[in-house]
Unconditional design. Structure first.
Length: 318
């Protein structure tokens, strides 16, 4: 008898990242360890141990030039960010107040570790020698490691390790980190789909996981604040502080730098992309770096507003 896979974790039936993260409701009780063991290895990852179908290969247009520059910078940054997320999540596991949340964050830790692995290993498919992969990740991510990754890691460690603030850590992950980065991941899947299908599948699989992380994290925070309304002012201020920090970091410039290189690749390889639409009614070849970035920013704002409303924290946006 085949064990049914939940729709939100099924490769063919899962909603897109934006739709799922904004509309689904899942709790830690729904997504415990047993759920993960059934849904992820047997569902999302079935036949895709490297994050994509093994028959998908990287085309020559990705192995050099602007597309190579854009994707190696993006995937190195994301590999490093996911590695840091894996490490700080260990403190949420340690500080979890109950078994369901402990099991859920243990599974998220494994998810983030897998994401780091598949982003990192795709660099090898792009021609980076395996024996110097670690050095290459540092090299490609270096322009924004100190200015983006390190400050975010430090703030997470202060909350999760030093203060042992479980709900603060949940909010940091759900709203400040993953909530802000998820729309950029959605954009990545869409723009690489006609150019690097393996990368698009890697993004899709990671996105299926992120739906779970964002929705369960929001449910945990929502229930905590219903049970402990005295924590609301502190959580609201933490969100506001995190959003101020995000605005001060050079993330906008980082994404724009990659989009400019991607645009240069589009000019060289428009024939490969053809009439592919990145969203309904808009051909990828007709978009600009600024338009793609503005769209991802709009997605981020919409997702953040909807999740905060669900958690009862709309005042954090004021």
């Amino acid at each position: 008898m085949t064990t049914p896979i939940p729709a939100e974790a099924d490769w063919d039936r899962a909603p897109g990242l934006l739709e799922g993260a904004m509309d689904l409701e899942l709790t830690a009780q729904d997504c415990d360890l047993r759920y993960w063991l059934q849904a992820v290895p047997q569902g999302t990852l079935r036949g895709r141990p490297d994050g994509h179908h093994p028959d998908l290969k990287v085309g020559p247009h990705m192995l050099r030039g602007p597309f190579y520059d854009a994707i190696t910078q993006e995937y190195a940054f994301r590999a490093l960010a996911e590695e840091k997320a894996t490490r700080v999540l260990s403190f949420l596991v340690a500080n979890a107040p109950d078994i369901p949340s402990m099991e859920f964050y243990a599974t998220q830790l494994i998810d983030e570790c897998r994401h780091s692995m598949v982003f990192r290993n795709h660099l090898v498919s792009l021609g980076v020698p395996a024996e110097r992969l670690a050095e290459a990740v540092e090299e490609f991510a270096s322009p924004y490691r100190e200015t983006v990754i390190d400050p975010l890691e430090q703030r997470c460690l202060e909350v999760m390790r030093d203060e042992r603030d479980f709900i603060g850590g949940v909010v940091m992950m759900t709203i400040i980190l993953e909530g802000a980065l998820a729309p950029a991941a959605e954009l990545s899947e869409r723009k690489w789909r006609p150019l690097d299908p393996a990368a698009a599948e890697i993004d899709k699989g990671a996105g299926i996981d992120e739906i779970r992380h964002l929705t369960v994290g929001a449910a945990i925070a929502r229930q905590h604040l219903l049970d402990h309304p005295e924590d609301r002012p502190r959580v609201v201020e933490m969100i506001r502080e995190g959003m101020r920090m995000w605005e001060e970091l050079p993330t906008h410039q980082m994404v724009l730098d990659r989009e400019v290189r991607f645009q240069e690749g589009l000019a060289l390889h428009a024939d490969i992309v053809g009439d592919y639409e990145i969203w309904p009614g808009r051909r990828l070849v007709d978009t600009t770096p600024e338009e793609r970035q503005d769209t991802a920013d709009a997605w981020s704002d919409e997702m953040k507003a909807k999740r905060l409303k669900y958690m009862g924290l709309e005042e954090a946006l004021r």
